[in-house]
Design a protein around this ligand. Structure first.
Ligand code: NAI
Length: 343
């Protein structure tokens, strides 16, 4: 079975190679049938090929249409444009699916099972920005342009409703700021409510929430929500918020889905503060690999992987430092692999 599904592998920057190693060990123990094509991007791309998104990496994903990716570093302020944003644009990865589930019971919030569906190509997040110089200040005025299109909203909202129904969810909440940004986020709210009226009423419940109130409600009573669908920047922020409800960024995976490819990754970044120390929590990327197995219609393997993660955390009590444990990445991986082999 090994090696029958071609897939691109990008280890990424910072803790990327460490958590990719852990994930490959788990996938190997599962005998997941991926034939990996190793490529570079981000800072590793600049070092190896003088480009944060080398042509060979793009060509590989065009060929495989499937990738597992570690986090890619993006310099703040100046420097090159985010390789993540460029990848989403290149492959039209319009939907960013970010589930957050409680894996360790007894925390501040128990039994969390939320999904954030984030628009991935439009909005204020696209980084169309300029400075206007005045006198001797080159940065006297900063401007950003946000763009949301009817078709872009339709693509994402249809994905969200279909995904919610296919996975047995009860409710979709459209999160917006249409009271203030009446055009930019009004178009999203309008498209979503019209689509629900025409095609989804009676099949799934619909709710709407303004982003700021939604953030507060998520902290006070997250169980009132189920699937949250929102524009790019709000989705970026909300998905970190819901990661916080389930134990932090080490626990939440993400899938970038489009017509031309699907790229799976952790929600978190390259964590430069802990890179190279061997203490990173690989669970977010492991769960991204489970989503990739689901995407490839291998639910037996994804189920075994999720069960093994659960047993390692809750039966063996092997946990990394961010979860209050003392295990290194390697120790966690070893325990996980023996759970997979044993189960
Ligand atoms: P970050 O997510 O890398 O780190 C935030 C905090 O969470 C840090 O204290 C870090 O140590 C901790 N953390 C993150 N992942 C962890 C894990 N698996 N185990 C244990 N602790 C973990 O966010 P930050 O520092 O804002 O960004 C660092 C770099 O990553 C930036 O260059 C940013 O642009 C990039 N980034 C890349 C993403 C991607 O490739 N999808 C997503 C987010 C950020």
């Amino acid at each position: 079975m090994t090696g029958t599904i071609p897939a691109t592998l990008v280890p990424g920057d910072g803790i990327g190679p460490e958590i990719i190693d852990a994930t490959l060990a788990a996938l190997e123990a599962l005998r997941a049938p991926f034939a990996w094509d190793w490529q570079v991007a981000g800072l590793a791309g600049v070092k190896a090929a003088g480009d944060p998104l080398p042509r060979a990496t793009l060509d590989s994903i065009h060929r495989t249409r499937l990738a597992l990716k570690g986090p890619l570093e993006t310099p703040s302020g100046g420097g090159y444009r985010s390789s993540n944003v460029r990848l989403r644009e290149e492959f039209r990865l319009y939907a960013n699916l970010r589930p957050a589930r409680t894996l360790i019971p007894g925390g501040r919030f128990d039994n969390i099972d939320l999904v954030v569906v984030r628009e991935n190509l439009e909005g204020l997040y696209i980084g169309h920005e300029i400075y206007i110089p005045i006198d001797d200040d080159p940065h006297a005025v900063a401007m950003a342009t946000g763009v949301n299109t009817r078709q872009g909203c339709r693509n994402l909202l249809e994905f969200a409703f279909e995904h919610a129904i296919a996975t047995g969810r009860r409710k979709v909440t459209i999160v917006h700021k249409a009271n203030i940004m009446k055009a930019l986020t009004g178009i999203f709210l309008e498209t979503g409510t019209e689509m629900w009226e025409r095609r989804y009423r009676g099949r799934i419940d619909l709710d709407t929430a303004i982003i700021d109130a939604c953030a507060m409600k998520l902290v006070l009573n997250p169980w009132q929500f189920d699937v949250l669908v929102t524009t790019n920047l709000f989705g970026d922020i909300l998905s970190d918020l819901v990661a916080g409800l389930v134990g932090g960024l080490g626990m939440t995976p993400g899938a970038n889905i489009g017509t031309n490819a699907a790229i799976f990754e952790a929600v978190h970044g390259s964590a430069p503060d802990i890179a190279g120390k061997g203490v990173a929590n690989p669970i977010a990327l492991l769960l991204a690999a489970a989503m990739m197995l689901d995407h490839c219609k291998l639910p037996d393997l994804s189920g075994r992987l999720r069960q093994a993660i659960d047993a390692t955390l809750n039966v063996d009590k092997v946990r990394t430092g961010d979860l209050g444990g003392t295990a290194s990445t390697a120790a966690f991986t070893k325990a996980l692999v023996s759970r997979i082999a044993g189960g």
